[in-house]
Design a protein around this ligand. Structure first.
Ligand SMILES: C[S@@+](CC[C@H](N)C(=O)[O-])C[C@H]1O[C@@H](n2cnc3c(N)ncnc32)[C@H](O)[C@@H]1O
Length: 355
């Protein structure tokens, strides 16, 4: 069974190398070729899978996002040779909704290509099947590093939260990291090892208060920095739209959030145990938007706006659009996107630009 094979691979690594840092463990659990959660052939996202995203709420998200994309294209001065890029399109619903909307609004001819970057080869096949009527407009890559620099807009919906994270714990005012090892029964077990320098530097910068809180435990997402650099190499001119759940640093590392934000999803139920259902459950953590903004500026982006998903989406709506959502029976879905008890406040939107 797949789960056992992945478990076996991780255990072999630990037996060979000794305890492995949590981010390496999480990287294998999510991204080990063929057997990692996001690399599996049978990965399903949505009702039949483990979690939903905004893209699964009917066409509401696609309609609103298309409105945002067209507005930003206008703001750029209606450029030619312009492309839309989506990172991690999963089931391809959002791409389908956007392309359909562009077609309906006679906007398709303004875009050169809709670029899809997806690491899971089976998901690429699903996406190709779903988008076959847009052949000619679409193009696929399996890594952001393969794509030549573009002018356009890049959509990054719920990608940063899926990166492997380091986990730290404070003991006696010092930072330790969680490493994964094996106990005498050959089960996964956590052990604390003094934190690596990059982890300490991150905490000193974004969470200095936690050193005073004995037992404080949370995550450090350094892949987010590397990925932001890759985004800056990808985009020559245009915008990046980042949608994700997360907080600014002070809220992320608030004293009461002593257990961090790492969560696992299996068939739409939540648990906090990353050592079960290996490769069968999703593992995710919230995004530290203060870090993201700082790293984005360092690699040449301008911060255009940072707001809640609710405010971002509502600002795109006029009466005509609201009437249309009502007519197409999308009002309830729209409410889930914007209300605080839905995704309205938990999810934030960071817009970056480069000129
Ligand atoms: C949490 S899902 C996001 C789903 C999707 N964006 C949506 O709106 O439904 C993460 C998706 O990103 C893909 N992915 C993860 N890391 C990636 C990376 N570095 N480059 C491209 N795709 C990635 C996964 O295979 C999966 O399709």
């Amino acid at each position: 069974m797949k789960e056992n094979l992945l478990r076996k691979l991780i255990k072999e690594k630990i037996k060979k190398e000794g305890p492995i840092p949590f981010d390496e463990f999480m990287n294998m659990v999510l991204y080990e070729p063929e057997v990692g959660y996001y690399m599996r052939k049978d990965l399903k996202i949505g009702r039949e899978g483990d979690f939903f995203t905004a893209s699964h709420l009917g066409k509401a998200f696609g309609i609103l996002l298309s409105e945002a994309l067209i507005k930003l294209w206008n703001k750029l001065g209606c450029p030619k040779n312009f492309s839309i890029t989506e990172i991690g399109p999963a089931m391809g619903y959002l791409a389908e909704d956007i392309l359909e909307e562009f077609f309906m609004r006679s906007f398709s001819s303004q875009i050169d290509k809709y670029v899809l970057i997806e690491i899971n080869p089976t998901l690429i096949e699903h996406q190709k099947e779903r988008l076959k009527k847009y052949q000619g407009k679409t193009i696929w890559y399996s890594s952001i590093k393969e794509v030549k620099p573009i002018n356009g807009i890049v959509i990054v919906n719920e990608i940063y939260d899926a990166f492997p994270v380091r986990i730290f714990e404070i003991r006696n005012h010092k930072a330790f990291e969680i490493y994964v090892t094996l106990n005498e029964k050959d089960d996964f077990m956590e052990t604390l090892i003094p934190a690596r320098q990059e982890t300490i530097a991150y905490l000193e910068e974004f969470a200095p208060q936690v050193f005073q809180i004995e037992g404080y435990r949370s995550e450090v997402n350094l892949m987010a920095k590397e990925f932001t650099l890759q985004l800056s190499k990808l985009l020559q001119k245009g915008y990046i739209l980042i949608f994700d759940y997360g907080f600014e640093a002070d809220e992320y590392f608030a004293p009461f959030r002593k257990r961090g934000t790492l969560m696992c999803y299996y068939k739409h139920t939540l648990n906090e145990n990353p050592y079960i259902k290996i490769g069968q459950q999703d593992m995710t953590s919230h995004v530290n938007f203060s870090a993201l903004k700082k790293w984005a500026k360092e690699v040449g982006f301008k911060i255009e706006s940072f707001t809640s998903q609710s405010k971002f989406l509502v600002s795109l709506c006029d009466e005509t659009l609201l009437e249309r959502l009502h007519k197409e029976r999308l009002t309830e879905k729209f409410k889930r996107l914007i209300l605080p008890q839905g995704m309205g406040e938990s999810h934030k939107v960071l817009v970056l630009s480069k000129s």
